[in-house]
Design a protein. Structure first.
Length: 554
């Protein structure tokens, strides 16, 4: 832990609070966005088409939170002689670097400045013990192996089976066309570990940002984000397959592993804003904030109401933009103050506690209620002995930080199956599928959600309403001379199939027509000529696309 020897001070100037958010770094909060040239009627200037489409689909109004910070305000602050670090439109302000306080005092007198706010804090870390090999898998809740499963999860089998996630994957929902943002401390090794190969082969990492050191890449600083990402997006059949192996990812470094400053709460807001504007569907948050070096700035238990801490406010705004924000509950269950920390205290996020393989709550998993009496956590997943990538090896680790991504991936797959459900509707359905749904507690929340059974229930309802979900399945995998495509609930008789080699070249391209049946099996005709090795197959039908890694056996 980095110990600060800097003496921080608080000075009131014309009712403006001046204090640092990190050594020589300050957050400048503005009064308004008046005078900006951005307009609510022209959202294409600051939101991607996908972000706008999400708002239209779920009837979410574009409001002042979506408007960027007034560029004139930013320029005026920069003109005072400080360096602009990050800009937060949701918190309506900027973080700056200033080597002296004279510029900060000048900025505080600008008419549009509300405050120069906050002070250095130390967060309570979500402690991990990622080398505890004693947490080996044991028989547990709903772990029933099915030899017909299309994915070979390897060591990750139990953490997927706990939620019947294999049902989603078997029906063709593996996160295709879903975007998951992962906010963390760093992603060391993601760019050179085989468990992540498919992310690069298939261009599934669509964007990265570093809010700690803006001019440096994200593949350094910490392995915590690497651990988390492998649980969701890892894809090494027979060794480890994550819960959304075919999703797309936005990787965001918002957490500084080398220091303990509250600026990270603002960094997180900036990252979440980018994820929203880029069109992310979900945000995984394996972070938590509560206790700090300076008691004056520590969050009190009475503040854990979901709307006091800045990071909780930002998480609520993210959820209200139509995204699902999945947050780890924290690892304070055995401590004097055992409660879920921020931003997991927010009402609109899905907060995840940790259970072991026997479905019993982990002792370290933080508990509820919130300060205003709400049940937290919301649900639970395996967080004691969760398998993840650690420096290229697949090993068990402990922490609610690892429980959250298990569910993030499976929720992405479920939402892929039912894209017309709002985030609020889906979260409520997930809670209702938990094994404690009839009597939620402040240890388990609504319990362990059964997402496979929930998928079957929702699909049955859709079938009864004539809106059954289309699915595509490619099998067997690995394959020999024959490769099949099983489809159901399709409203087209044309399938376009492309097989791509590891170097990106197209090896095989076929069009197949059916007899008009909505369900059936197509057998590809030219796979015998494929050489042994790994390929990617892309199947497009009825506006439904699946991209899957396939292996031709010798």
């Amino acid at each position: 832990m980095k110990h600060l020897i800097h003496l921080f001070f608080i000075t009131l100037l014309s009712q403006t609070l001046i204090a640092q958010v990190a050594p020589d770094k300050y957050f400048i909060e503005f009064n308004n966005k008046t005078g900006t040239h951005y307009s609510l009627s022209n959202p294409n200037d600051y939101l991607s088409e996908r972000a706008i489409e999400r708002r239209l689909r779920y009837n979410i109004a574009i409001d002042s939170c979506d408007l960027p910070v007034n560029p004139d305000y930013i320029q005026a602050v920069a003109n005072a002689g400080v360096e602009i670090l990050n800009v937060s439109k949701w918190l309506n302000g900027v973080t700056v670097y200033a080597s002296s306080t004279s510029a900060i005092q000048s900025i505080s007198n600008l008419p549009f400045v509300k405050s120069v706010n906050l002070a250095t804090k130390k967060k309570k870390k979500n402690k991990q013990s990622i080398d505890d090999s004693s947490m080996a898998p044991k028989p547990g809740y709903r772990q029933v192996k099915n030899d017909q499963d299309v994915l070979n999860y390897g060591l990750a089998t139990p953490q997927t089976y706990l939620h019947n996630g294999q049902v989603l994957h078997n029906n063709g929902f593996r996160g295709q066309n879903m975007i998951i943002a992962v906010t963390d401390a760093g992603f060391t090794g993601v760019d050179n570990q085989s468990v992540f190969d498919s992310l690069f082969i298939n261009n599934r990492i669509i964007s990265t940002r570093n809010y700690i050191n803006s001019n440096e890449d994200i593949y350094r600083y910490s392995t915590h984000g690497t651990n988390v990402l492998s649980i969701i997006g890892g894809n090494l059949p027979g060794t480890m397959v994550g819960t959304a192996p075919e999703a797309h990812y936005i990787l965001l470094v918002t957490e500084d592993a080398a220091s303990e400053h509250i600026i990270e709460e603002i960094n997180w807001s900036c990252g979440a804003e980018f994820a929203d504007s880029a069109g992310a569907d979900l945000i995984n948050v394996s972070l938590g904030y509560f206790e700090y070096d300076f008691p004056y700035w520590s969050h009190q238990v009475s503040h854990l109401d979901g709307n006091t801490a800045w990071v909780s406010k930002a998480a609520g705004i993210a959820a209200n933009r139509g995204m699902i924000v999945v947050v780890s509950a924290g690892n304070s269950g055995n401590e004097e103050i055992p409660f879920v920390a921020t931003p997991g205290d927010n009402e609109f996020v899905l907060t995840v506690g940790a259970v072991s393989y026997d479905s019993i709550i982990a002792g370290f998993s933080s508990i509820g209620p919130t300060a205003d009496g709400r049940i937290k956590p919301d649900v639970c997943a395996i967080g004691a002995g969760t398998f993840c990538s650690q420096w290229g090896e697949i090993l068990p680790g402990n922490g609610t930080s690892f429980a959250a991504p298990v569910l993030s991936g499976l929720i992405a797959c479920l939402w892929q199956a039912f894209p017309n459900m709002t985030s609020v509707e889906l979260i409520q359905a997930i809670k209702n599928s938990g094994h404690y749904a009839s009597l939620p507690t402040n240890y388990y929340g609504f319990g362990i959600p059964d997402l496979g059974n929930l998928y079957l229930q929702l699909n049955t309802i859709n079938q009864q309403q004539g809106t059954a979900t289309p699915t595509i399945r490619v099998f067997p995998n690995p394959f020999g001379d024959t490769l099949n495509i099983q489809y159901s609930n399709m409203n087209t008789d044309l399938f376009e199939v492309v097989v791509i080699a590891s170097d990106g070249s197209t090896i095989l391209k076929e069009s197949h027509r059916t007899a008009g049946e909505q369900s059936g099996i197509i057998t590809l005709s030219n796979t015998k000529s494929l050489l042994p090795g790994s390929y990617v197959i892309s199947v497009a039908a009825d506006k439904h696309v699946i991209n899957q890694k396939i292996i031709k056996e010798p």
